[in-house]
Design a protein around this ligand. Sequence first.
Ligand code: KIV
Ligand code: ZN
Length: 512
Amino acid sequence: MAKQIKIFDTTLRDGEQSPGCSMNLQEKLEVAKQLERLKVDVIEAGFAIASPGDFAAVKAIADTVKDCTVASLARALTQDIDRAWEAVKGAAQPRIHTFIATSDIHMQHKLKMKPEDVLNRAVEMVRYAKKYCNDIEFSAEDASRSHPEFLYKIFEAVIAAGATVINVPDTVGYTTPCEYYDLIAGIKNNVPNVDLVDISVHCHNDLGMAVANTLAAARAGATQLECTINGIGERAGNAALEEIVMALHTRKHLFDLETRIDTTQIYRSSRLISTLTGVQVQPNKAVVGANAFAHESGIHQHGVLAEKSTYEIMTPESIGLSQNKMVLGKHSGRHAFDDRLKTLGYSLTKEELDAAFKEFKILADKKKVVQDRDLEALVEEKSVEIPEVYHLERFVINSGNTITSTASVKLIKNDEEVEEVSTGDGPVDAAFKAIDKIVGIPFTLEDYVLHSVTEGKDAQGEVVVKIRMEEELFTGRGLSTDVVEASVKAYVNAVNKMLYEATLQEGACVCL
Ligand code: KIV
Ligand code: ZN
C-alpha cells in the first residue's frame, strides 16, 4: 500500500509575502476555506507577529478551519512564539512553526551568532513553544547551504526538546534534485531520533527546480511537503502544490506515495488565488495554465480524438476542469444556473445564489452565450465581499481621439451621492481622476491589467488594479462587457479595500 505523505500549504504565509500577492482578512479566510476543501494537511495561515492584520487573519483562520492543522510562523524569539500561540490557540489542531538560520552565511552576517548559540536558542525556543502547544515545527532556515553535520546536531537536539516536525528549507532555491535527495537521506541516516518526527521540505524556485527538488526529497523519505498554490512566494516563488500533487498522483507507481488532497479542487484553488491576488497564471503553466489541456497541432488533436491517453497524461476532470461545456443564455433558468455552478465546484448559500443569478441575468442580456469562464468570473467577483464605503452609482464619459477625455463619476457614500468631474489622458484616466477627487486621500495607481474573460466581441473584460497607500498594496477587480465600467468598478473596489483595511490595521510591521 502507498505511504501517506502530508501537504503543508504556505500560500497564506510565504505566498502572501511575495510582491503583489497581499490579501485582506476576508480574502485570506476564503483561501483557508478553499484549502480545507482541497484537503491540505496543514495551513500555514501567516506570521502572527508581523502585523495586527496578520495576527487577525491567523486567528480568524484558526477559529474557523476544523479539518486541517493551522500553523503560525514565529522567529526563535519568545515574543514571536507568544504571539503565534495567541493566534492559533483556538484551532482544532494548532501548530507553532519556529525557525532560525543555520548556514554560516546567515549565522555570521544576519544573526551575528555563533553556531552553538544558534543551537541553544533553537532548543530553548522549541522548549518554550512546547509549554503552549504539542505540535511544534522547527525550520533550519537556509538548510540547503548549511553544514549537514550541524543540521544533524541541531535537529537531534530540537527533537529531544519536543519538536514534532523538522523542516529542511532550500530558502534561496539553490539546491538540485540529487543534492537535496542526499541531504534528506543524510538526515534520515544520521539523526538518531528522526523517526519520531515528520521530515518536512520547503523549496524555493530560484533555479526553476523547486518541484523537482521537493519530489526528490519525497523519494528520499521526507514525510511533509511545503508548497503554495500556483507556486506563488518570495522571489521566483515556492514549489507549486498542484504540480507536486499531480506528479505524485500521475506517477503513483514510481513514487508509491499518496496525499489526502481532493485533486478536483485544484483548478478552483488556482483560480481563487489568481483572482484574489490579481496575479495571472501563465498560459503554459503546468497543470493549471490555460493551455495545460489544449491540443493545438493537428497530429496531437488527431491522437487525442482517437485515444486521449496518446497525448494526455492526466485528465482535465482530475483537477476539476469540466469538459462538458454546456452554455447558458438569457432563457436559462435558476435551476440550470445552480446546476452548472455545482458542476463547476461552487456551493453557494441561497443569498449568494440569488445575487449571482441576478448578475447572470444582466450579463446574459448583454452576451448571447454565457460560458463557464464567465460564470467563474462572476462568482469569484462576489466571493469575497468587503463592506463598501463607496458604491458606483453611474458614470458618464466624453472621449475621442481629437478631444480631451472628460469623466463625470457619481458614487454613493453612506446614502449620500458624491459626484466629481475630471479630464484625463483617455477615458479610464479621466474616470480614475474623478474618483481620486471624491476619495480625497493620497494613493497611487501601481498596476492596471485588462484581459478578456472569454473570446468574442461581446466578451466580458476583467480589470485588475493595484493601488498603493504608503507601504500597502490593495488589489481591486471589476468585471463588465464595457471595459471602462470594468475599470471603474475595479478602482472603486480597490479603494474600498484600502479604506476597509485602514480601519483594521494599526501598529508597526515586522518583516522577515
Ligand atoms: O524559505 C524559508 O526558509 C522559509 C522558512 C521561514 C521556513 O520560508
Ligand atoms: Zn520560504
